[in-house]
Structures are given as structure tokens and as C-alpha cells.
Design a protein around this ligand. Structure first.
Ligand SMILES: *Cc1c(COP(=O)(O)O)cnc(C)c1O
Length: 398
């Protein structure tokens, strides 16, 4: 299945569109329509409240979690789906702080996605106990993992450049000094092979609307190392994490020894129906084969852009093993240039100050898309189409 023609057929992309933005919002699988219709007709409409039992709604947090777990190397029973990634970051870091109570430093890096840093800022204010967040340059993270650090919170793949952190080196260093590690896999899950179980990370979190194609606003997920399931503190102590949710006790008791304790409250079962349809495709995919294909397509894209669009400068790592599954080029007029590309039905996106991002997602793109995209890009640059007035105005979402 090295050309992924099987999986390409399972997406419903608009005619003529070259979609290089699956790293930001995955496209709709063809099966999504039927999955949602089935959920509406055969589950919500007909089963109503019985669906929590008859359609297993209550435990989909776990069945979907295990299917994502396979893609990130997590053992069954260690991953649950629900809430949003920002919430899962908060939950994981709060739990990590409690595991190392005598230390007051949270270490991240200044290339991290801002919401991760914002969530930690809020958590630190809430704790009001002298915690500090340190954000060195990404290259300096390893050297900053010292015996002062309680929690190392790092996003593996940089959302702008695609640069990957060395997960093994960071986990090993953190554990050697007694710190715990929270990995954000937003741009890793479904993009690159990850082995959270083998590397024995303490926590991992991510979202399902990017590479996993769960749809806009699809839920987040959290993985907790099996060795922590008995002790990890669920500070967002909602009834879904309770030992006996339907005992309706007035006091919270976390579900002993099980990942359910990281659940919070009622998830969107409609969103789960879409996520399940997307994971039906992922269930067929081998992550190593997918990554090999991603590297082939990315290398082709870089080679073609560099030879035909000399004004663009590669800002992603040149070593494919040091990159996630998107490729970024800097260009002073990057925003307008991306708008001109989008007007020609080649969809990528832009990240301030000057980064044009292109998601290379083998599940639904091939060489023809890569070549078509570069043809259009070359033409826009040659004709200086980005100079047009209509491409200058910034939209609310870039
Ligand atoms: C996409 C992304 C997010 C988004 O968080 P939401 O709560 O889903 O909005 C957070 N962190 C990283 C690293 C991301 O790439």
C-alpha cells in the first residue's frame, strides 16, 4: 500500500482542490456522512437515553482512545478521548506538578504553541505557590532540564517549522533528574511514528482534528503511563472520572488504577461518531509506512520548490528524520502569496511572521498534488500575483 491509493479513495475532497492543510484541519472521510446519519437515525433518534448502554456511548472515550493509542505506541487502557487539547494540557501538567511536589519549575520552550504556555500560566496563577514557567529556545531544552524542574512540557513537532524534538533524549534526561514529562503530540499523532509506551513518557496529549481527520473541534486525548494510573491526580475531578459515577456520592473518589480517572464530563457523542469514521481509515495504516511515504513526498516538494521558486527559503529541517509531516518556507510576502495560492485552489496556511506551511499527508495526497501545487506556486511568484490588493487583507483566521 506504499502509494496509499486505498486510503486516498476514502476521502471526499472538493473537485480540483489540492489540500496541503491536513496538518491543521484534516479533510472529511467519505464515510463521515453515513456515520453521522447512522448516529442520528440509529442512535440518538431511536435509542435516546438507552444509547449510553446499547450503543456503548459511555465507554467510547476508551475504545476510541485505544485506537489512537495504537498510532502513538500507547498500551491499551492508557489513553482516553474527550474535552479539548488545551484542557488536556492543563490536566496533564497539573497532575505532573503533584507528582513532584518539592519543585517549582515548569520547563517548556519559546517555540511551543501559545495555548500550551497560556494554560500553564493560568495553572500557575491558580496554584499561587511560587511556580515559574521557563521557556528557553527549543535547542536549549535539554540543557535546561535540571534538578529544579518538576514538569517538562514539550510539543514534539514545532507547529511553524516542523522541527522535531528528540523525545528519547528529553524523557531520559528528565527521568534521570526526577522530573516528569508531558508531550504534546498535536502535530505528531498520525504524522510521525511515536512510541510513548516504549519511551515510557509520563503523559502525552493531543488533538484529533489535525492529521487524524476527526472534524473541526474534534476532541482531545490524553495518555498516562500505566505505572502512574494508580496515583495520578485528576484535579479536573469530574464525575466521568469517579470510581462509581452512578453512585452519585457527594465526594470525589478517582477511578482506581484506570485511565477513566482522566475523563471529566459528558463528551460529544456526535463528534465521536465522526472521529470513529476517521479512525476506520487509520485502523488500516502502518505508521512506519506512512512516514516513509511522507518523507518521499516532502523531499519531492522541497526539491521542486527550491529549484523553481528561489525566493522562498526552507525553514523546516533539511533532515527528514528531524521533521514532522509538514514543510514550511519563509517568504516576506508569505501571507499574500498563500492567499493567492488559496484562490487557485491550492490550500496551505500561513503563520506569522512570514511562514507558509504545507501539510504533507500521504493518506490523501500524492505526487500529482505535489507537482500541481508547485506549478501554481511557481506561476504566482513569476507573475507576482501576490501583489494584488485582494490578497493583502488579513482574515480573522490565517
Ligand atoms: C493545534 C494545537 C493546539 C490547539 O489546542 P485546542 O485546545 O485544540 O484548540 C494546542 N497545542 C498545540 C501544540 C497545537 O498544535
Amino acid at each position: 500500500m506504499s502509494d496509499f491509493s486505498q486510503t486516498r479513495r476514502q476521502f471526499d475532497l472538493p473537485e480540483g482542490m489540492i489540500y496541503l492543510n491536513g496538518n491543521s484541519l484534516g479533510p472529511m472521510p467519505s464515510a463521515s456522512v453515513e456515520a453521522m446519519t447512522r448516529f442520528l437515525n440509529d442512535e440518538w433518534r431511536t435509542e435516546l437515553i438507552k444509547g449510553w448502554n446499547t450503543k456503548n456511548w459511555f465507554m467510547q472515550t476508551n475504545t476510541l482512545g485505544d485506537r489512537i493509542g495504537r498510532l502513538i505506541g500507547a498500551q491499551p487502557g492508557t489513553t482516553v478521548v474527550g474535552d479539548t487539547l488545551s484542557i488536556k494540557v492543563f490536566q496533564a501538567v497539573a497532575a505532573g506538578m503533584a507528582l513532584v511536589p518539592d519543585r517549582k519549575v515548569i520547563l517548556s520552550d519559546n517555540g511551543n504553541f501559545p495555548t500550551d504556555l497560556y494554560m500553564v500560566e493560568g495553572l500557575i496563577r491558580l496554584k499561587d505557590a511560587g511556580y515559574q514557567l521557563r521557556t528557553p529556545d527549543p535547542e536549549a531544552v535539554l540543557d535546561n532540564i535540571t534538578e529544579e524542574v518538576a514538569v517538562v512540557m514539550i510539543t514534539e513537532v514545532d507547529y511553524r517549522t516542523g522541527r522535531r524534538h528528540d523525545m528519547k533524549a528529553i524523557i531520559d534526561k528528565a527521568h534521570s533528574v526526577g522530573a516528569v514529562v508531558v508531550w504534546d503530540l498535536a502535530h505528531s499523532a498520525g504524522a510521525v511514528p511515536v512510541d510513548v509506551g516504549g519511551l515510557d513518557t509520563d503523559f502525552a496529549v493531543g488533538c484529533t482534528y489535525k492529521y487524524l481527520n476527526g472534524g473541526p473541534g474534534a476532541p482531545g486525548f490524553i495518555h498516562v503511563a500505566p505505572r502512574l494510573l494508580e496515583t495520578v491526580e485528576p484535579f479536573l475531578s469530574g464525575w466521568y472520572g469517579h470510581e462509581a459515577p452512578f453512585a452519585f456520592d457527594v465526594n470525589y473518589r478517582p477511578m482506581p488504577g484506570r485511565i477513566e480517572r482522566m475523563r471529566i464530563g459528558t463528551p460529544s457523542i456526535a463528534a465521536f461518531a465522526l472521529l470513529s469514521a476517521a479512525l476506520d481509515i487509520w485502523d488500516q495504516v502502518d505508521m512506519d509506512a506512512l512516514h516513509r511515504r511522507s518523507v518521499e513526498l516532502s523531499e519531492l516538494f522541497i526539491r521542486e520548490v527550491e529549484s523553481r521558486c528561489p525566493d522562498l527559503r526552507l525553514v523546516s529541517p533539511r533532515d527528514p528524520q528531524a521533521r514532522g509531516s509538514h514543510v514550511s518556507f519563509a517568504f516576506g510576502q508569505g501571507y499574500a502569496c498563500m492567499q493567492a495560492l488559496i484562490a487557485e485552489n491550492v490550500i496551505g496556511d500561513f503563520r506569522a511572521p512570514d511562514v507558509m506551511r504545507f501539510g504533507i499527508t500521504p493518506l490523501f495526497i500524492g505526487e500529482d498534488d505535489i507537482m500541481g501545487a508547485v506549478d501554481t506556486l511557481e506561476r504566482i511568484l513569476k507573475e507576482e500575483r501576490w501583489k494584488e490588493e485582494r490578497f493583502q487583507k488579513r482574515s480573522l483566521v490565517t
